[in-house]
Design a binder for this molecule. Structure first.
Ligand SMILES: C[S@@+](CC[C@H](N)C(=O)[O-])C[C@H]1O[C@@H](n2cnc3c(N)ncnc32)[C@H](O)[C@@H]1O
Length: 466
């Protein structure tokens, strides 16, 4: 790997010549592979080493073909670089996770931090997961739907649009677009794209993003800022700059020495650095600050005068879908065009506020599409953590059938009838099929289908406990 000269000089200055050599050696090694298990759906296989700072994080001894594992399509785990799971420590150490929170993940796609946050917050908390680039917002929505939490709104807005929601969020994660030095080992293309000029542009863009979104954070609210790069301009200098502008309180996280995380400080703000020769993970930087001012309690009572944007589903429709979820009494059923969705009832007011001001691309759990007098169950329901399987006829698939289904091929199951079938693999729901006599129509979403050809011999992965 040919590293840019100015990058090398900076890293030598940051680390010292001796440690720089260890850093360089680590950059030549194969990157570790890690996943985060969706504990609401599955358990990790015994014997996998744990990511020390993330309860559901596991290292895999080798990289399997993830595409050929139906469990990943069922949202039972997410492939995520280990260092970036450190966000968990910010939430566990600096926030009361028992209380209802309004959380924003501003730069959300493809969804690593969003699915992680969704697992950490309580059921009556709202996560707004945003991605400004529309095509990437679709991928984010897909990953959020697969995770199946039900209390997430996926939006696609520019950071400045969040100015329309002043003092709204208790916690904000800004995992900013950056120059990507920490990805040099995983992605050689990142080295090609790197330049001092780009570092400067990234640092300026990050400052703009922080300023644009700052008003949406409540007084007393928490900002988690992170990048996957090592230069100080995009990291310590940016959070010190924010502190100078806004007078924030720096939050110091407790670190275990064996984690290998390197604490830093500039302008009174603590930061945390991840280097590949010290941790089993890629390059990462994170800082946590609290906005000045008193925290105000959230009020979720419905106000009488307000004109709501969200429309409740009709009584008839509601009655038809109600028992598709495990605890229907906790949900509000909404209808948007032909689509019926469910949102935790407690979140109605906050969700409506988001709908009033932002462009929402996915919300809660998409349950069904109204087709005349009939209802067609939707993919979001199949993957929901709240799905009531007892309401449906279920068919268990073997590995080959599951992969053919996920490729959206015609499959034959030897069943007969006219009902919707919930198809699952090792007990994990994958999606819907419709029986038409002895034939089965494949309703897997076209955009999500596996495009890869299946190999002659199919590998069984052992990422999850069987
Ligand atoms: C580091 S990635 C986010 C990764 C994500 N948080 C995760 O854990 O999977 C940064 C994201 O910021 C988005 N982005 C690019 N320019 C942006 C801008 N000007 N404002 C906000 N987000 C931007 C990118 O499209 C990208 O998805």
């Amino acid at each position: 790997m040919q590293l840019p000269v100015s990058f090398t000089e900076r890293m030598q200055r940051l680390l010292g010549l001796q440690e720089y050599q260890q850093f360089l050696n680590a950059l030549q090694q194969t990157p570790p592979v890690s996943i985060r298990v969706n504990k609401a759906k599955a358990t990790a296989a015994a014997g996998l080493a744990a990511v020390p700072w993330a309860a559901a994080g596991r290292y895999l001894p080798v990289r399997p073909s993830f595409t050929l594992d139906p469990a990943i399509h069922a949202g039972a785990y997410y492939v995520q670089e280990a260092s970036s799971m450190f966000v968990e420590q910010a939430l566990r150490q600096a926030v009361n996770l028992e209380q209802p929170l309004q959380v924003l993940d501003l730069c959300g796609a493809p969804g690593g931090k969003s699915t992680h946050l969704a697992s950490l917050i309580s059921e009556d908390s709202l996560l707004v997961s945003n991605e400004v680039i529309r095509s990437r917002a679709s991928i984010l929505a897909e990953n959020v739907a697969k995770w199946g939490s039900g209390n997430v709104l996926v939006t696609s807005n520019d950071p400045r649009d969040f100015g329309r929601l002043p003092d709204f969020f208790d916690v904000m994660v800004v995992d900013a677009p950056c120059s990507g030095e920490g990805m040099f080992r995983k992605d050689p293309q990142a080295v090609q794209e790197w330049s001092e000029e780009n570092v400067k542009l990234c640092a300026q863009r990050q400052q703009r993003i922080l300023m644009d979104v700052w008003d949406a954070l409540k007084p007393g609210g928490l900002l988690v800022y992170s990048t996957c790069t090592w230069n100080e301009q995009e990291n310590e200098e940016n959070v010190a700059w924010l502190s100078e502008q806004e007078g924030v309180e720096s939050i110091r996280l407790e670190l275990q020495p064996e984690w290998g995380v390197v604490p830093t400080q500039l302008g009174g703000v603590e930061g945390y650095r991840f280097y590949p020769h010290r941790v089993q993970g890629e390059g990462f930087f994170m800082a946590v600050v609290r906005k000045a001012g008193e925290e105000a309690a959230i009020s979720h009572g419905k106000s009488k005068k307000k004109k709501y944007k969200l429309t409740p589903a009709g009584k008839k429709e509601k009655a038809l879908v109600e028992n598709w979820l495990l605890e229907p009494e906790h949900y509000t059923f909404l209808q948007y065009g032909e689509v019926i969705t469910a949102l935790p009832a407690y979140l109605f007011e906050a969700a409506d506020e988001v709908y009033q001001h932002l462009y929402v691309v996915y919300a809660g759990t998409e349950l069904a599409e109204v087709k005349g007098k009939k209802l067609k169950p939707l993919q979001g329901l199949a993957l929901s953590q709240q799905l009531n399987k007892a309401a449906f006829q279920v068919a268990e698939l073997d590995l080959e059938q599951a992969l053919r289904y996920l490729r959206k091929e015609d499959i034959s199951l030897g069943t007969n009838g006219n009902d919707w079938l919930l198809l699952q693999y090792k007990g994990l729901p994958l999606g819907w099929a419709k029986q038409i006599g002895s034939r089965v129509n494949n309703y897997y979403p076209k955009e999500w289908r596996i495009r890869m050809d299946l190999p002659q011999e199919l590998p069984e992965t052992t990422v999850l406990a069987s």
